[in-house]
Design a protein. Structure first.
Length: 183
């Protein structure tokens, strides 16, 4: 069974031309931001993630919780699933994961279990963030695995994307509430 198709997590470049290289955090976040835009196009919360190992993109993913009716279909989880499948291992030792938003507790736990070396995100999530905002799953010294973390790359763009998405949702909800003749 092909798990990549329903999850919409992919490996490699979009054009299928071979392995895609990532030389730095800016390039990694650019790919994660492209995934966030893909989520937005599908009316999902615009979060994207990319898994890179030895400078090569193993997998990418974006939120699909609504499309799959699956509360665990977060960008990071879908990208990790595909990366593990591509690598043929359950542990992604040495990998860097680029994600547009600070991982929640579930995703931070998955990243830790996958033994990724580094997690880079653009903006914090003050309501659900499990890496620094509400907890420290990735760096807690009591954990048997800790990740290096970095934040802030492309933060203004990601913040604007998220703000626009949620403002649009609130506006549509208000419009539906204020429409005459609606029960």
């Amino acid at each position: 069974m092909d798990h990549a198709a329903p999850d919409r997590a992919r490996s490699g470049p979009e054009d299928g031309s071979g392995p895609q290289r990532v030389a730095n955090d800016a390039e990694g976040m650019e790919l994660a931001l492209a995934e966030a835009h893909a989520a937005l196009a599908e009316d999902e919360v615009p979060v994207g993630a990319v898994v890179v190992l030895d400078g090569l993109v193993l997998a990418r993913g974006h939120n699909r919780t609504r499309a799959l009716c699956d509360p665990t279909a977060h960008a990071e989880v879908l990208a990790l699933r595909r990366a593990a499948e591509v690598a043929g291992v359950g542990r992604l030792v040495g990998a860097t994961v680029y994600t547009t938003v600070e991982p929640c507790f579930m995703c931070a736990g998955a990243l830790s279990h996958a033994r990724v070396a580094r997690v880079v995100w653009a903006v914090r999530d003050p309501k659900f963030g499990g890496a620094v905002s509400l907890g420290a799953v990735l760096t807690d010294p009591r954990m048997n695995h800790r990740c290096q973390i970095a934040e802030g790359e492309r933060a203004d763009e990601v913040r604007a994307l998220l703000r626009g998405f949620f403002e649009d949702k609130r506006r549509k909800a208000r419009d539906n509430t204020n429409t005459p003749g609606q029960a």
